[in-house]
Design a protein around this ligand. Structure first.
Ligand SMILES: Cc1ncc(COP(=O)(O)O)c(C=O)c1O
Length: 443
C-alpha cells in the first residue's frame, strides 16, 4: 500500500488473518468494510470523540464501536463506577443486588418492561427473546426484518435466498454450519410494507410465534406503519419483539418505543446500554416473560457486576444530562452543516435519517457503482483523520469543533470526488473496493 500511515495495522492484520478465521470477531471490523490501507484496523487508546491507532495516528471517531459508545470513549463517570465495582469483586459466587437495581431502572424507563433478563451481547439477547416467544406461543416460525446477530434461528433465513443477490444480511457469507432443517423457520419481511407482513402472516397462519424487527434504525418509520404492525401481531396472537440493540438509548433512554409510542411485548437492548462494557437485556411484559422461569435460559457471566454497574452509571448519566435534547440539538446542527456541504457540491449526496443516527445517502453518480464512490469518500475522509463509514453515531463527547472538522474534511473529499468522476475514478481510488458482504435490511 503506497504511502500508508497504517503499516503496523496492516502487518498486524496480516498476522491475524493467519490465526483468527476471518481476521476479526465482528464482520463490521473487517478492513474491507472501510477503505483498506487507509482506515486504521487496530486501536491503541480512545478518549471522548477520538482514538489513536497502533501507528500513532489520531482519528475523530463517528463509528463509536458501532454505536456501543454513547457518552464518549472512556467516560469518567461510567469508568469510575466500573473501577469501584472491580475493587469490590467483578463477579460474585452469589447473586448481585445490582441485578435488581438495574432491572428497576429499566422497568421505570422502558414502556414494554415489566420483567427483565440479562445477557452479554445483542445477538444472544435476540436468541433468548426468540426462545421465549416460541415457548409462550408454542409456535415455531418467526417473521423478521433487520439484523439480529449470528445465531442459527436467524442465519437459517439465508437458506431462503441466493446469497449473492444482495437482498439479505450476509450476501457473500454462506450459512455454513446452520442446520438445514431450520430453513423456512425464519422468514424475512420488507420493512415499511404492511401488505407484505399481512401476506406472510396469512400464508403462515397459526404458525408464527413472533415478529422481530428494528422499530427504526436511522430513518423514521412510515406513518402508521408500526401501529399497524402492533395491530396485526395482536390480532394473530403473535409476540412483537423490538430489537433496539443499535437504536437503544439515543432517541430516548426508554428506547425508540417510548419516542414512537408503540409498546411491543418484548424488547432487546445491548451495545450503548453500558457505554462500552459487555451487556444486553431482554425485557417484556409479565405475561410473556414469566414463561422464561420454566425455560433453560442460563449463563455464568450474565450476572457479572461490571456490566451491571456500567449500565446503571450510563443510564443515570444520560438521564441527568438530558440526553434526549442533547442528541436532538447536536444532530440537527450536524445534519444542517453536512447538508450545506452536500448542497454546495451538488453530487447527489445528502445527509438523511434521524438527528440521533444520521447517515450520508449516495445517489448513483454518473452511472458509477455506489460502492466505488463511497469507498473513495471513506478513503479521503480517513486521510483527513476522520474515521467514518457514513453511518454516524454521535456521542455526548462530540463537540461543535468535531462537526467543523468533519465539514472541512467532507468539503475537500467532495472536491476530490468531483475531479474523480470527471476523469477516471479508479485512478483516485487507492483502496480496493470489495463486494460489500454485510447488508442491513433497513436504514
Ligand atoms: C439490531 C441489532 N440486533 C442485534 C445485533 C447483534 O448484537 P451483537 O453484535 O452484540 O451480538 C446488532 C449488532 O449490530 C444489531 O444492530
Amino acid at each position: 500500500m503506497k504511502n500508508s500511515k497504517i503499516n503496523k495495522s496492516l502487518d498486524t492484520y496480516k498476522k491475524a488473518k493467519k490465526i483468527i478465521p476471518g481476521g476479526t470477531q465482528l464482520v463490521s471490523r473487517r478492513s474491507s468494510q472501510f477503505a483498506h490501507g487507509f482506515n486504521p484496523i487496530y486501536g491503541f487508546n480512545a478518549k471522548g470523540s477520538h482514538f489513536t491507532d497502533i501507528d500513532g495516528n489520531i482519528f475523530l471517531d463517528w463509528v463509536n464501536a458501532f454505536s456501543s459508545i454513547i457518552l464518549g470513549h472512556a467516560n469518567e463517570t461510567v469508568d469510575k463506577a466500573v473501577k469501584r465495582q472491580i475493587d469490590m469483586g467483578s463477579i460474585f459466587t452469589v447473586n448481585s443486588p445490582l441485578e435488581i437495581e438495574l432491572a428497576e431502572l429499566l422497568i421505570d424507563n422502558i414502556p414494554s418492561a415489566e420483567m427483565v433478563r440479562y445477557t452479554k451481547g445483542g445477538g444472544e439477547a435476540c436468541a433468548m427473546a426468540i426462545r421465549i416467544a416460541r415457548g409462550v406461543t408454542k409456535k415455531d416460525k418467526i417473521l423478521f426484518s433487520g439484523y439480529h446477530g449470528w445465531h442459527d434461528w436467524y442465519q437459517s433465513a439465508n437458506y431462503l435466498t441466493n446469497p449473492d443477490d444482495g437482498e439479505f444480511p450476509f450476501a457473500g457469507i454462506e450459512p455454513i454450519g446452520v442446520p438445514k432443517v431450520l430453513a423456512g423457520t425464519a422468514i424475512p419481511f420488507s420493512y415499511g410494507d404492511i401488505n407484505n407482513l399481512e401476506k406472510l402472516m396469512e400464508e403462515n397462519k397459526d404458525q408464527i410465534a413472533a415478529v422481530i424487527m428494528e422499530p427504526m434504525r436511522s430513518d423514521y418509520p412510515p406513518k402508521n406503519y408500526l401501529e399497524n404492525v402492533r395491530k396485526i401481531t395482536k390480532n394473530n396472537n403473535v409476540i412483537l419483539i423490538f430489537d433496539e440493540v443499535t437504536s437503544g438509548w439515543r432517541i430516548s433512554v426508554g428506547g425508540t418505543q417510548k419516542f414512537l409510542k408503540i409498546t411491543p411485548d418484548i424488547s432487546i437492548f445491548s451495545k450503548a446500554m453500558s457505554n462500552g462494557y459487555p451487556m444486553g437485556t431482554v425485557v417484556g411484559t409479565h405475561k410473556v416473560m414469566d414463561m422464561a422461569s420454566r425455560m433453560f435460559i442460563s449463563s455464568s457471566y450474565w450476572s457479572d457486576n461490571v456490566g451491571l454497574a456500567a449500565s446503571i452509571a450510563t443510564i443515570n448519566t444520560l438521564t441527568k444530562s438530558n440526553s434526549e435534547k442533547w442528541f436532538k440539538d447536536f444532530g440537527k446542527e450536524f445534519k444542517f452543516k453536512i447538508n450545506q456541504v452536500c448542497k454546495s457540491n451538488n453530487l447527489g449526496i445528502s445527509c438523511k435519517g434521524s438527528e440521533t443516527s444520521p447517515y450520508l445517502f449516495f445517489e448513483e453518480i454518473h452511472g458509477y457503482d455506489n460502492n466505488l464512490v463511497k469507498t473513495l469518500c471513506i478513503q479521503e475522509m480517513s486521510k483527513r483523520g476522520i474515521h467514518t463509514n457514513f453511518s454516524f453515531h454521535p456521542t455526548m463527547s462530540h463537540t461543535k469543533k468535531d462537526i467543523e472538522d468533519t465539514v472541512n474534511a467532507l468539503y475537500e473529499t467532495f472536491e476530490i470526488l468531483k475531479k474523480a468522476i470527471n476523469s477516471d475514478i479508479e485512478s483516485y481510488l487507492d483502496a480496493p473496493t470489495t463486494k460489500e458482504p454485510f447488508k442491513r435490511l433497513i436504514h
